[in-house]
Design a protein around this ligand. Structure first.
Ligand code: GLY
Ligand code: MN
Ligand code: MN
Length: 429
C-alpha cells in the first residue's frame, strides 16, 4: 500500500500507464545544495518536480520506487530519510510519512538483476539504464501534462494570490516610483493572499528596461510616460501562475496605445485558439501573423504579414515563443510531444514546445512586441530585413521598451478558461 501521503489516484494512473516493461522505477528528490560561501547555509531546497508530483513531499534525500510486478497500487513505496535531532532542533523538521530510507537497499537487493529506469534526481548507488530512462522521462512528462483536479485547485489559489498582488499596481504606478517599490508591494500582496513563494524571479522593467525579457527590478525610478512591464506570479505549494501586465506611468502616447492594442488583440485571439486538438505551433504562428499585421498597420513593418513571418522577420519585435506550460513550476511539462523532434522551420525557432493541446493542459499565452536595441541595431538583421522594416521609425523608438500581456489558460472540452482573468488589463490609471 502506498504511504497515506501519496496521491493514490495519481499513482494508480501512472502505475498503469508508464511503459516500464519489467523495469523498476526509481525517483529521487535530490539533496540540498550548500551555498559556496561555507556559511552552513544551503540554497532553498526544492524536491525534484517528478518526485514532488508522486509524493507531494519536499523531502531532501527522499526516494520513491515502483515495481510493476507488485501492481499499479501496491507497487509504489516511498522511502524517506530519518530526521536527525539537529534537524529537529535547528529547522523544526518533523518525521515524514513513509518507509525508512535505510530499507531501500534491501528493496533493491530483493529485485537484483532487474533493469532500472529513473526519474527525478539521481540516487546514490542506483545505476539506471540510460536509453530506458530517456524514453521514460519523455512519457512521464507527457502523462503529467493534463492537470488533475487537485492541481487545478492549487492553480486557482495561486491565480487568486497573484491577482491580489496585481490589484495593488494601478494605484502605485506613477512617475517616480521605482521598479523595486513595485516589486516589494506586488510580492507582499502575493504573500498576504496566501502565496508561499514567488513562482520565479519577479520582473519589473520601466522604460527601456521593459524590453529586457527577464529584467530584474532595480532602484531606477519610472519616468513620466514610460512603459512599466511587470511579469510575476505567486506560488502556492509548488504550483505557479505566470502573469504579465504592461502599464504606462502617466499619459500614454498614441503610439504606445496602438502598440498595446495590437498585443492585446493578438492575445485575445490566441486565447480563443486554445482548444482541444489545436497545435501549439499553429497558434504561435497565427499569433505572430497577427502581431506583424498590427506592425504593418502602424507603419513599422512592410509587406505581407504571413510572408514576413515565414522569413522570421517577426522575431525582430517578437523574439520569444507564444508561451509554455505552467503549473508545477514555471515551465512545467513544456517541450515536445513524445516522438516529435524540433520543427526545423525558421519561423518556429523561438518556440519552447510542440504539442497538441488536450483537456487539462494549462498554458501561458504571452505575446509581446518590443524595441530591443541589441536586435534592432544589429547590422546583419538590418541588412537582411532592409525592406521589411521602416528603420527610421524604429530608430525613433529604440528607447521605448515593449509590451507583453500574459495569461494562464486551462484547456477544457468547453473551450479555453482563463485562470488569470481577474487581473485587469489597464494601460494607465
Ligand atoms: N516569467 C517568465 C515567462 O514569462 O516565461
Ligand atoms: Mn511571465
Ligand atoms: Mn511565461
Amino acid at each position: 500500500m502506498p504511504a497515506p501521503s501519496l496521491p493514490a489516484a495519481r499513482l494508480h494512473r501512472l502505475g498503469s500507464a508508464l511503459p516500464l516493461a519489467d523495469r523498476l522505477l526509481v525517483v529521487g528528490a535530490g539533496d540540498p545544495v550548500p551555498l559556496p560561501e561555507g556559511s552552513d547555509q544551503t540554497y532553498p531546497f526544492r524536491a525534484h518536480a517528478d518526485y514532488f508530483y508522486l509524493t507531494g513531499l519536499d523531502a531532501p534525500g527522499g526516494v520513491v520506487v515502483f515495481d510493476p510486478r507488485d501492481g499499479a497500487d501496491a507497487g509504489w513505496v516511498s522511502f524517506v530519510p530519518p530526521v536527525t535531532e539537529g534537524e529537529r532542533v535547528w529547522e523544526g523538521r518533523r518525521p515524514l510519512p513513509g518507509t525508512p530510507l535505510e530499507e531501500l537497499p534491501r528493496w533493491l537487493e530483493a529485485r537484483r538483476g532487474r533493469g532500472i529506469a529513473a526519474l527525478g534526481a539521481p540516487v546514490a548507488g542506483v545505476a539506471p539504464d540510460a536509453a530506458a530512462t530517456e524514453s521514460l522521462r519523455s512519457h512521464f512528462k507527457h502523462l503529467r501534462r493534463p492537470k488533475d483536479a487537485a492541481e487545478i485547485a492549487l492553480l486557482r489559489r495561486s491565480a487568486a494570490a497573484t491577482a491580489a498582488g496585481y490589484a495593488l499596481l494601478p494605484g502605485l504606478i506613477r512617475p517616480g516610483v521605482t521598479e523595486r517599490d513595485l516589486q516589494i508591494e506586488l510580492e507582499a500582496g502575493f504573500f498576504r493572499a496566501g502565496g508561499t513563494r514567488t513562482g520565479y524571479g519577479t520582473i519589473v522593467g520601466g522604460g527601456p528596461n521593459s524590453a529586457v525579457l527577464h529584467f530584474e527590478p532595480s532602484a531606477r525610478p519610472v519616468g513620466a510616460g514610460e512603459f512599466v512591464l511587470v511579469d510575476a506570479g505567486a506560488e502556492i505549494d509548488r504550483y505557479v501562475t505566470d502573469v504579465t501586465r504592461t502599464y504606462v506611468a502617466g499619459r500614454p502616447s498614441a503610439f504606445q496605445r496602438d502598440l498595446y492594442a495590437v498585443v492585446l488583440a493578438a492575445e485575445e485571439k490566441a486565447i480563443a485558439r486554445c482548444v482541444v486538438g489545436a497545435e501549439w505551433t499553429a497558434i504561435h504562428l497565427a499569433t505572430a501573423v497577427d502581431l506583424v499585421a498590427g506592425l504593418v498597420e502602424l507603419g513599422v513593418m512592410r509587406g505581407r504579414p504571413d510572408a514576413l513571418v515565414e522569413q522570421e522577420a517577426h522575431t525582430l519585435f517578437f523574439p520569444h515563443g507564444l508561451g509554455h506550460m505552467v503549473g508545477l513550476g514555471v515551465r512545467d511539462g513544456s517541450g515536445l510531444a513524445p516522438g516529435r523532434t524540433k520543427d526545423p522551420r525558421a519561423s518556429l525557432k523561438t518556440l519552447r514546445m510542440d504539442l497538441t493541446l488536450a483537456e487539462g493542459y494549462v498554458v501561458t499565452v504571452e505575446p509581446g512586441l518590443y524595441f530591443i536595441p541589441p536586435l534592432l541595431t544589429d547590422p546583419v538583421r538590418r541588412q537582411r530585413f532592409r525592406d521589411a522594416v521602416n528603420w527610421p521609425l524604429v530608430d525613433q523608438h529604440l528607447d521605448l521598451g515593449g509590451v507583453r500581456i500574459e495569461d494562464n489558460v486551462l484547456v477544457t472540452a468547453a473551450g479555453p478558461e482563463v485562470l488569470t482573468a481577474a487581473i485587469p488589463k489597464i494601460l494607465s490609471g
